[in-house]
Design a protein around this ligand. Structure first.
Ligand code: OSB
Ligand code: MG
Length: 371
C-alpha cells in the first residue's frame, strides 16, 4: 500500500451538551481529521487533541503543523506492507503522540479495507460485543447531575463515571450513593489533587468506587504509587500512561490497579495493543477511554475494545450522547443492555459520511508524494 497523499481537515462540531472536566468546559469540538490516500483506498484517522493544551500539551493547532511539516513527509511516497511499518518512520519526532495516532490509525483503516477484513480482527480482537459506561461531566448543580445519571442508567449503561475536582467530589458522591447504593461507580479527577490532600482523598474510600482515575499530576507515576498504598480504592491511570514502558513502570511500582487506554493518546493502535498486552500479562484489567470523538475515532475505539483484556466497561458510548448528527453511518448505538455489537464489514464497519464532513470542514490541506 503506497501512501500517495494525505488530507488534513479541521471540522467543527457543537456538542449536544457541554462537557466539563476539572480543567475546562467544552461546548464545541474542533476536530482534526486525516485521510491517507493509498492506491484508491482512503483510510481515515482522527486526532484526539483538544481545543486547548490542558488535558495534554498537544492541541488542535499544534497537531496540524506537526503533521504537515514532519509526520506526513515521513510517510508520503512510501510503500508499506502494514500500518505498523508506519511507526518507526515517524519515530524521529519526539512526543506528539496524538498527531502520530491520527496518521497511524488512518493507515490501519486503509490496511483493513485493502485486506477486506474487519479492523477488530486485524488488531487481534475476539470480543463480539463491548461493555459500555458513560463519563458525565461536572454540571451546574448536583440535581442536574443526578438527572443525567438517571437517564444513562435507564439507557442501560453499565458504569457511571463522574468528573470530580475540589468542591465537586465527596459531597456529590454522597448524594449519588444515597440514591443508588449499588451501581458501578467511578470518578475521574484529571489531576485535580496533590498528595497534600491525602486526608481528603481517603474519604473517597467510603463510596465503594470501582476506581479513582488520575487523581494526581498528569505526568506522575511515583506519587500515585505512594497514594495507592494509602487508599483502598483502585487508582486508574490515564494521562500518565504514554506508552507500554510507562504501563510496565506503573505496574512495577504498584501505582495503579487499572489502566485506561486511549488509542488516540498513546500514538496509535500499535502502542495501544502493546499496553493491552503488558497489562494482560500481569492480570491488570484495562478499559477504553474516550476523548469526545466523532464517529471516526469512536469506531476505532470500538475495534480496539474487542481485545480480550478490555474487561471493564469503557467510556465508548452512543453517538447521540455527543452529536445531533454523527459523521458515520450507521451511528454508534448501544443496546438496552449497555453493549455495542461488533460489526463484521471490512474496515471499521461504519461508513464515513464525506458529504457531511465537507459541510463541517473549516480548513483543508492535501499533501502529495513528490514521487
Ligand atoms: O479524562 O477521560 C478523560 C474527555 C476529554 C478529555 C479527557 C477525558 C474525557 C472524558 C470523556 O472523560 C470520555 C468520552 O465520553 O469521550
Ligand atoms: Mg481520564
Amino acid at each position: 500500500m503506497k501512501v500517495e497523499a494525505i488530507t488534513l481537515r479541521e471540522i467543527q462540531m457543537p456538542l449536544v451538551h457541554f462537557f466539563e472536566t476539572s480543567f475546562k468546559r467544552t461546548f464545541s469540538r474542533r476536530i482534526l481529521l486525516l485521510t491517507a490516500h493509498c492506491e484508491g483506498i482512503n483510510g481515515w484517522g482522527e486526532c484526539v487533541a483538544g481545543e486547548d493544551p490542558y488535558y495534554s500539551s498537544e492541541w488542535t493547532e499544534s497537531a496540524w503543523p506537526t503533521i504537515t511539516h514532519y509526520l506526513s513527509p515521513a510517510l508520503l511516497g512510501r510503500t508499506l506492507a502494514t500500518a505498523r511499518e508506519g511507526v518507526p518512520l515517524m519515530a524521529k519526532v519526539r512526543g506528539h503522540d496524538m498527531a502520530k495516532a491520527s496518521l497511524e490509525n488512518a493507515l490501519w483503516d486503509a490496511e483493513a479495507q485493502q485486506k477486506r477484513t474487519p479492523l477488530w480482527k486485524l488488531l487481534g480482537g475476539t470480543l463480539r460485543e463491548i461493555s459500555c459506561g458513560v463519563s458525565i461531566g461536572i454540571q451546574d448543580s448536583v440535581e442536574q447531575l443526578l438527572e443525567k445519571i438517571h437517564t444513562e442508567l435507564s439507557a442501560g449503561y453499565r458504569r457511571i463515571k463522574i468528573k470530580v475536582k475540589p468542591g465537586w467530589d465527596v459531597n456529590v458522591l454522597e448524594r449519588i450513593r444515597s440514591r443508588w447504593p449499588e451501581i458501578v461507580l467511578s470518578c475521574d479527577a484529571n489531576s485535580a489533587y496533590t498528595l497534600d490532600e491525602l486526608e481528603h482523598l481517603r474519604k473517597f474510600d467510603q463510596f465503594n468506587l470501582l476506581m479513582i482515575e488520575q487523581p494526581l499530576w498528569h505526568d506522575d507515576i511515583y506519587y500515585h504509587s505512594r497514594l495507592q498504598k494509602e487508599l483502598r480504592t483502585a487508582i486508574c491511570l490515564d494521562e500518565s500512561i504514554r506508552h507500554s514502558r510507562d504501563a510496565a513502570k506503573a505496574l512495577d511500582l504498584s501505582a495503579c490497579r487499572i489502566i485506561n487506554i486511549k488509542v488516540g493518546r498513546v500514538g496509535g493502535f500499535s502502542e495501544a495493543v502493546k499496553i493491552h498486552d503488558v497489562c494482560a500479562s500481569r492480570n491488570i484489567p484495562v478499559w477504553c477511554g474516550g476523548m469526545l470523538e466523532s464517529g471516526i475515532g469512536r469506531a476505532q475505539n470500538i475495534a480496539l475494545s474487542t481485545l480480550s483484556n478490555f474487561r471493564l466497561p469503557g467510556d465508548v458510548s452512543a453517538s447521540k450522547r455527543y452529536w445531533k448528527e454523527d459523521i458515520i453511518e450507521p451511528e454508534v448505538e448501544v443496546t438496552p443492555q449497555g453493549a455495542i455489537l461488533i460489526r463484521d464489514e471490512p474496515g471499521t464497519g461504519y461508513k464515513v459520511r464525506e458529504d457531511l464532513i465537507e459541510k463541517l470542514t473549516v480548513r483543508k490541506e492535501t499533501i502529495r508524494a513528490t514521487q
